[in-house]
Design a protein around this ligand. Structure first.
Ligand code: ADP
Ligand code: MG
Length: 471
């Protein structure tokens, strides 16, 4: 995606009349054609904030609000855009995508300084450097299947790797387990090394950071520890939620983080939840996490799950029936790691048995995966919402410490359902209801069970909520 001389250099947003296409009206014409060819959703997402910059010598300029739009459009929509512009106005043979000047924070420098044009690393050197940086060979952009669940996160990662990352610092990637956070983070590291071999890239988990920090204190060589991390050009810190409750490590991380950001070095962070939801972490650290760009990975849609499975099958050179792929994609929804795990199990069985596997067999082989999947999809949060809606109380009441009778019983029902429908412990359930203890949850479960025997219609009401949640 390197653009040679770069799009920005020769495409200052130009709003004067440069050619016969100018102004809103003409952009509307192009936009109309484009919307039809790429679909309304994609159009809205990527071109909703775009405007026409003008034409000069057959070159048209589209001005977009951010670099992420620029990267994404250049990678995915240039042919369609060129076609649409050509339809609206004869003689356009080239399109530039420029970022609106207002999108660049004044005074900010590019995060990584561009060395004079350098050769890219040969493959085996890149592998060595990547390994030394702690990067996994298999986690590349090429191996990552992009779906609507991940396209924004993916585009942000590409933008950071391509150094078009002014202002995306830190890049904060969050999302549930097994959705590709670590994969994308490694891909960023590898791509940066490929483009700028002399960059000092370090990947590590937050757990490792904490352990090394404690070890450094124990050995009395904290200076060395600090030098190592504070002198990196790109620091990739995985699973930052691990810092919760570890005050000294938080303090150390805060200073490392500030040193890197002040030096305009790139920091990428992943977390299993949004920054503001990480418990027991200092507010100043959270606000630091929030000062860059936060992107979310969501569970993939059915088509994306199928595409991921097909890609893995090619990578692993195994043969699996299409009906089995469909079965896996339909039944394992919430986590790509588990999807992969299921495929490994099926493929291993097939190769050991020396035969292709039927859907019935797969159903049997994966019964534990499928069962767990069914119970995993229900979350405490989902239960609280559903109960709040059914009993017409506010979601905030579910987690508040107030105890008027009108909210107490719906809250107890939500606790009861959390106990029966999720794998969360009593303590975790209590925590999610405004920090109550596990005894309160046990009491709620007993109370609801007793009331189901007494109150007419209550059982049906609760069953309706259960069915709604399972759907
Ligand atoms: P997380 O860090 O979010 O828990 P990982 O990045 O470890 O998840 O991903 C789990 C597994 O699923 C990895 O093997 C990864 O390669 C794979 N994976 C996740 N998302 C994708 C995707 N979109 N395309 C291909 N593989 C994926
Ligand atoms: Mg991970």
């Amino acid at each position: 995606m390197e653009n040679g001389e770069g799009f920005l250099a020769d495409t200052e947003p130009q709003r004067t009349e440069l050619g016969s296409i100018h102004g809103e009206g003409d952009w509307q014409k192009i936009a109309g054609i484009l919307r039809k060819s790429i679909g309304a959703d994609a159009f809205q997402r990527w071109f909703g904030g775009a405007s026409w910059g003008g034409t000069e010598n057959g070159k048209g300029t589209v001005v977009v609000p951010g670099e992420i739009h620029q990267v994404w459009i250049e990678t995915n929509y240039l042919p369609e855009l060129l076609f649409a512009a050509g339809e609206a106005q004869e003689g356009i043979h080239h399109i530039n995508i420029a970022v609106a000047e207002s999108a660049v924070t004044p005074g900010r420098q590019p995060v990584l300084s561009e060395p004079q044009v350098r050769k890219q690393l040969p493959g085996d050197m890149l592998d060595k450097r990547a390994k030394a940086a702690g990067l996994n060979h298999d986690y590349t952009f090429a191996n990552f299947v992009v779906g609507s669940n991940s396209q924004f996160a993916h585009a942000a990662c590409e933008a950071v790797s391509a150094k078009k990352s002014v202002g995306y610092n830190p890049l904060f990637i969050h999302g549930g387990p097994g959705l590709g956070k670590t994969h994308l983070m490694h891909a960023v590291g590898r791509e940066i090394l490929r483009r700028r071999p002399d960059c000092r890239v370090i990947y590590l988990t937050c757990e490792k950071f904490t352990n090394e920090f404690i070890e450094a204190i124990r050995k009395g060589d904290i200076e060395k520890f600090r030098r190592r991390y504070r002198s990196s050009d790109v620091l990739l810190i995985d699973d930052v939620q691990f810092l919760a409750g570890k005050e000294r490590s938080q303090e150390e991380f805060f200073h490392t983080f500030n040193t890197l950001l002040d030096g305009r070095n790139q920091v990428v962070i992943t977390s299993d939840r949004p920054a503001c939801e990480i418990k027991s972490i200092e507010p100043r650290l959270i606000s630091r996490f929030e000062c860059g760009l936060a992107v979310e990975l969501q569970p993939p849609q059915l088509e994306t799950r199928m595409a991921i499975l097909k890609k893995k099958i090619l990578e692993w050179k195994v043969t699996v029936d299409d009906s089995v792929i469909e079965f896996l994609a339909e039944n394992i929804r919430s986590n790509v790691r588990r999807l992969e795990g299921a495929l490994v199990r099926v493929a291993t069985f097939a190769s050991l048995a020396g035969e292709s596997v039927s859907v019935q067999k797969v159903e049997y082989l994966l019964r534990d995966f499928i069962q767990e999947e069914a119970s995993r999809q229900v979350t405490i949060d989902g239960i609280q919402r559903a109960v709040a809606e059914t009993f017409d109380v506010r979601m905030a009441d579910m987690i508040s410490r107030r105890r008027p009778a009108s909210i107490a019983f719906p809250r107890q029902i939500a606790m009861y359902l959390s106990r029966s429908m999720t794998h969360n412990s009593l303590v975790e359930i209590g925590e999610s209801f405004g920090g109550r203890d596990h005894g309160t949850v046990i009491h709620a479960c007993k109370k609801v069970t007793a009331e189901i025997g007494k109150q007419p219609g209550l059982r049906e009401r609760i069953e309706r909520i259960e069915n709604h949640l399972r759907r």
